[in-house]
Structure formats: C-alpha cells, structure tokens
Ligand binder design. Structure first.
Ligand SMILES: *[C@@H]1O[C@H](CO)[C@@H](O)[C@H](O)[C@H]1NC(C)=O
Ligand SMILES: *[C@@H]1O[C@H](CO)[C@@H](O)[C@H](O)[C@H]1NC(C)=O
Ligand SMILES: *[C@@H]1O[C@H](CO)[C@@H](O)[C@H](O)[C@H]1NC(C)=O
Ligand SMILES: *[C@@H]1O[C@H](CO)[C@@H](O)[C@H](O)[C@H]1NC(C)=O
Length: 319
C-alpha cells in the first residue's frame, strides 16, 4: 500500500497522468553506504560536481531516515513497509540465508509494471537469493544486471570466492577485471537506450561506495586525502559521480530530461572505518545514532526545479 502511495506521490510531481505513455521515467539511484558528508554539496572534501548539480536543482531531503543496514533499508524501499513488518529488521541477507523479501509482498517495480512501465534493476539486490522466486526478475523487474549478495569485489565480482554476477538469471563470466561502476553505468545507459513507448523505471543500485575499498588509478590520482582509506573512497566517489554525469548526459542527448524524475538515496549511513564520513553526525552504518540512520537523499525533476532547496519534513525510506 505504502509503495503505491509513493508512486502517486512521484507522479503528482510531474505533468498530469493521462496514460502510461505520458508517465515520467523514474531513475532511483541507491548509493551503497553513502555517508552524510561524502558529497561536496554537503560540505565534503570530495568533489562530486555532478551529484551536487542534481541536488542543487532538486529538493534535498534533510530530515530523511533510513534503516541502519542494507537489506532492511532496501526491503523498506521496495516494499514500502517498515522492515519489522517484513521480518527483515535484523540484518543483511547473504548467501546461505534461506529467506528474503516475502513473496506475498508487492514491490514498487510490481506496481509500476502494472502501470505500464518497463522496469530494470541494476547493481545490488540483497533481498533474497536462495530460490529463483526471490530474485529481481521474479519481483517485478523485466531485466536485472548485477549481483545478489552484499559485498563483492569490484573487479572480480566474486564474494567469498564464488562469482556473483548475473545478466537476468545468467551468470556473467566475461567481465573479470572490469570495475563495476563502469558496468553498472553502461547497464543503466542500455536500459535508457532501450526505451520504447512505455516509460521506464530504473532501480540503479550501484555497488559504490561500499567496501572493499577499490578504485581505478585515474580517479585516485585526483584524490589527495592524507588518510589512505579516505583517498580510495574519494576515488570511488569520483567514478560514481562521473557515471551519474554520463547518465544525465545521455538523458539530455535523447531529449528525456524533462520526462525523467531522478531520485538518489543512500541505504544507510557511511562506514567511517572504511573511508566514509558522517561528520558531524555521531556513529556510522549499523548503529541507530544519526550517523547510521539519517540518510542522504534528493529528488530531481525539471518540473520542480528549485535552487538550493532543503525540505526539512520528516521522511523515511518507506515513503
Ligand atoms: C561536512 O564536514 C565539513 C567539515 O569537514 C563541515 O564544514 C560541514 O558543515 C559538514 N557538512 C554538514 C552537512 O554538516
Ligand atoms: C506476508 O506474510 C507475512 C508472514 O505471514 C505477514 O507478516 C505479512 O503481513 C504478509 N504480507 C502481506 C502483504 O500480506
Ligand atoms: C544481457 O543479455 C542480453 C541478452 O540476453 C543482452 O542483449 C544484453 O546486452 C546483456 N546486457 C548487458 C549489460 O551485458
Ligand atoms: C563516462 O563516459 C566516458 C566517455 O564515454 C567514459 O570514458 C567513462 O569511462 C564513463 N564513466 C563511467 C563511470 O562509466
């Protein structure tokens, strides 16, 4: 029910709904472990001009709360329910866990698909993988390109020694050595390029900027933090910021910017021991201090273009 009201809420921002052909495209970026002070619009030392531009033209959610961990937050986001109603409040779903987001729950992708959208999930899933029925292409998504588990290597796409990388349900075996930010950016671009008459919903759940700390040298060279972890984390952020720029440029080239709502959210607070910063909020990921649960998020659309607008209403990721 809640996720249905989210859809209505989103549609209310744009031109009146006449038919699905006039419904806005939606790109929902979920940035893994993005902290309160990791983007330059928040005052970070890391320069993220492309994310900043969207945040500065859109509406920044400043009293926005998430769950302290990945699977709880993502289940709340996709099902529109608090995770304790989903049996998923307690931790992260990894391989070997024989449960996931309940099959009786309806995801936002299910609702949008019913509303005429083509639906694509890219990147991290982490909502159940012990049976096919729990994986994204059975949960309302037409396509999936990404991984089912929680924290794999950015280059080998392995977690705990096994390959965890899929194109729909097929293993992807030929991308060993390619940094995932490039792959996920391209998959999102592919989904945009594949647009037909129907609007698209792209769930862009980047691996960035979760550990392990890994970034290509071309980005690291632009980072100068004296703290080794922060320096690598900065490289990861610069690659992500470039990916988001590539995606918005493609939307512009294709004349889709006016018809697309872009939402960005973190899933939980940053992991301060691994390069992230939630300053001045106390605590980090996996805690219920503000640093763990007060999330970064904004909503962008040319239809609601503002300038440096902070929305201070209390919101939660279920909304
Ligand atoms: C982020 O940290 C800087 C200091 O490094 C501080 O000036 C800034 O106010 C912080 N941002 C927020 C949103 O509190
Ligand atoms: C799905 O089943 C669980 C467990 O029985 C229940 O708690 C939950 O409310 C159900 N959800 C829906 C949408 O019916
Ligand atoms: C996924 O596989 C389909 C064919 O099944 C192919 O058309 C598509 O390009 C692949 N996606 C990526 C991102 O490689
Ligand atoms: C962005 O596009 C440029 C130009 O095509 C490309 O070289 C770069 O690798 C892309 N960046 C990402 C993160 O995908």
């Amino acid at each position: 029910m809640c996720s249905f009201s989210l859809v209505l809420f989103l549609l209310a921002f744009s031109a009146p709904l006449v038919s699905s052909a006039n419904s806005p495209n939606i790109i929902l970026f979920v940035i893994d472990d993005l902290g309160w002070n990791d983007t330059s619009y928040q005052g970070s030392d890391i320069q993220t001009p492309n994310i900043d531009k969207l945040a500065e033209e859109g509406i920044r959610l400043k009293q926005y709360y998430v769950q302290p961990l990945c699977s709880p937050s993502r289940s709340a986001l996709l099902a529109g329910k608090y995770p304790y109603h989903l049996g998923l409040a307690h931790g992260v779903i990894t391989n070997g866990h024989p449960y996931g987001l309940g099959l009786n729950e309806t995801t936002i992708a299910d609702h949008l698909k019913k509303g005429g959208y083509s639906t694509h999930a890219v990147g991290k899933w982490d909502l159940g993988m012990h049976k096919w029925e729990y994986t994204p292409t059975y949960r309302g998504f037409d396509t999936f390109y990404g991984y089912y588990d929680a924290d794999e290597d950015y280059y080998t796409h392995k977690v705990g020694g096994y390959l965890d990388f899929r194109n729909n349900t097929d293993p992807v075996k030929d991308e060993d050595g390619t940094y995932s930010t490039f792959l996920f950016t391209k998959a999102i671009e592919d989904a945009i390029n594949a647009k037909s008459d129907s609007p698209f919903f792209i769930y862009g759940a980047y691996q960035s900027v979760h550990s392990p700390l890994e970034a290509p040298d071309t980005y690291l060279e632009k980072c100068h933090s004296p703290y080794p972890n922060r320096k690598i984390f900065c490289g990861m952020m610069l690659a992500l910021d470039e990916g988001i720029s590539n995606i918005t440029s493609l939307l512009q080239t294709k004349g889709l910017l006016d018809d697309t709502i872009i939402i960005l959210t973190t899933d939980n607070g940053g992991q301060t021991a691994l390069g992230s910063s939630n300053w001045p909020l106390r605590g980090n990921k996996a805690t219920v201090f503000e640093g763990g649960v007060r999330g970064i998020s904004f909503v962008w659309s040319t239809k609601l273009r503002k300038s440096n607008y902070d929305n201070n209403a209390m919101m939660h990721i279920t909304d």
